[in-house]
Design a protein around this ligand. Structure first.
Ligand code: PLP
Length: 388
């Protein structure tokens, strides 16, 4: 007998508390209409904001690239895994975003770990919005720097944290917050960043491809540039529909990451075919503005519909649209009823969100139609009638 045998007790207690997490198996392709355990579901939970994850052009680019460059990269970037397609994708992203350099990472989680743990150590301080993504919080822990958190989007609270003594201070924030869908007040943050000589790192996981001119992100939409936000992280598995992530920064910052970011150095490079597919996706992201326009239209239709049902929305203008239900059991019951009606909408409950702010978290995609939104609204009306 070892302690491993006691895990079943712990697992059961999670089940009893309604906290047990489970993956559901999706067959076929990613789509807003998913085959889940043999059932067709209309999904409002993906981050495939532009509907590109299963775009045939990306599948074709990936297939061609695999034929040309094979599947595996075989080694880490610094050994022999840095292939032409990685180099070209980095150049294309840097050019698009107006940064000196870009560095690809295998995932956004690893990019955040790499940046913060490489640039900061024990005598430094990273100042973060309280609602930042887990990867930024984990990165702070890994770096050994002091972690200070300010109240969500509260500039007075940020300023208090900035008065701290530390050799290096870095402000890190999500651009679009994943549970509320609101956007960080980047213009005000840039002013504080300059006043306190604390550079800003912005995580554009939910902003890149979706907001700004040509989908360059929330920072671009706020009119701030590479001088104001010297470190920009973006993911390639959400709106880009591919996989991986990148960091855009100055030449020196990128060189420092190459020297010392352990999540860059000690891991096999992403397949070159994925980097080729990123280039194909970038072209679509840049050129097909209609996807962002349609996404905005779908969000507007949903918000107007929810308001006329008398339900509570948050002030989000992004594709992340929570419907606030308050009580955790209520959110769960609505989510389950929606599931019976063929809709996949997760209930988000404490401790992920503050007490009494349990919610249904709808996320929208350019692949949703007006009819899909109507179905969501009709299904919410059914919940409202049955589960008042
Ligand atoms: C998804 C996400 C990440 C992690 O990116 P992956 O490429 O999925 O590892 C980081 N930050 C935020 C805010 C995210 O939403």
């Amino acid at each position: 007998m070892s302690w491993l045998n006691d895990l079943s007790t712990e697992l059961q207690s999670r089940r009893d508390q309604g906290l047990y997490r489970q993956c559901r198996v999706v067959d076929g392709k990613q789509s807003v209409e998913l085959m889940v355990d043999g059932e067709k579901m209309l999904a409002f939970c993906s981050n495939d904001y532009l509907g590109l994850a299963a775009d045939p052009r990306l599948a074709e680019a990936a297939t061609q690239a695999i034929k040309n460059a094979g599947v595996g990269a075989g080694a880490a970037h610094l050994i022999s895994g840095h292939m032409r397609a990685h180099h070209d994708a980095e150049m294309a992203l840097a050019d698009w975003l107006g940064y000196e350099r870009v560095l690809l990472f295998s995932t956004g989680y690893m990019a955040n770990l790499g940046v913060i743990a490489s640039l900061l150590s024990a005598n430094d301080c990273v100042i973060q919005d309280k609602w930042n993504h887990a990867s930024l919080i984990d990165a702070a822990k890994l770096s050994g720097a002091q972690l200070k958190r300010y109240q969500h989007a509260d500039m007075a609270s940020l300023e208090r944290q900035l008065t701290t003594e530390a050799e290096r201070k870095l402000i890190a924030t999500d651009s679009v917050f994943s549970m509320d869908g609101d956007v960080a007040p980047l213009t005000q943050m840039v002013a504080l960043s300059q006043q306190y000589a604390a550079p800003i790192m912005v995580d554009e996981a939910h902003g890149i491809g979706v907001l700004g001119e040509q989908g360059r992100g929330a920072a671009n939409a706020a009119g701030v540039n590479a001088n104001d936000v010297p470190i920009l992280m973006g993911t390639l598995g959400k709106a880009f529909g591919v996989a991986g992530a990148f960091v855009a920064a100055s030449h020196d910052v990128i060189e420092m990451l190459i020297q010392s970011a352990r999540s860059y150095i000690y891991t096999t490079a992403m397949p070159a075919a994925m980097a080729s597919t990123v280039q194909a996706s970038l072209e679509i992201v840049r050129e097909e503005q209609w996807r962002r326009d349609h996404l905005q239209a779908v969000v507007k239709q949903f918000r107007e519909g929810v308001q006329s049902l008398g339900l509570s929305l948050m002030s989000s203008t992004t594709p992340i649209q929570p419907v606030l239900l308050g009580d955790a059991h209520r959110a769960l019951a609505w989510s389950q009823r929606l599931r019976e009606l063929g809709l996949w909408v997760p209930a988000i409950r404490p401790p992920t969100v503050p007490r009494e702010t349990a919610r249904l978290r709808f996320t929208f995609s350019a692949a949703h139609s007006a009819a899909h939104v109507d179905r969501a609204l009709e299904s919410l009306a059914i919940c409202q009638r049955e589960l008042a």
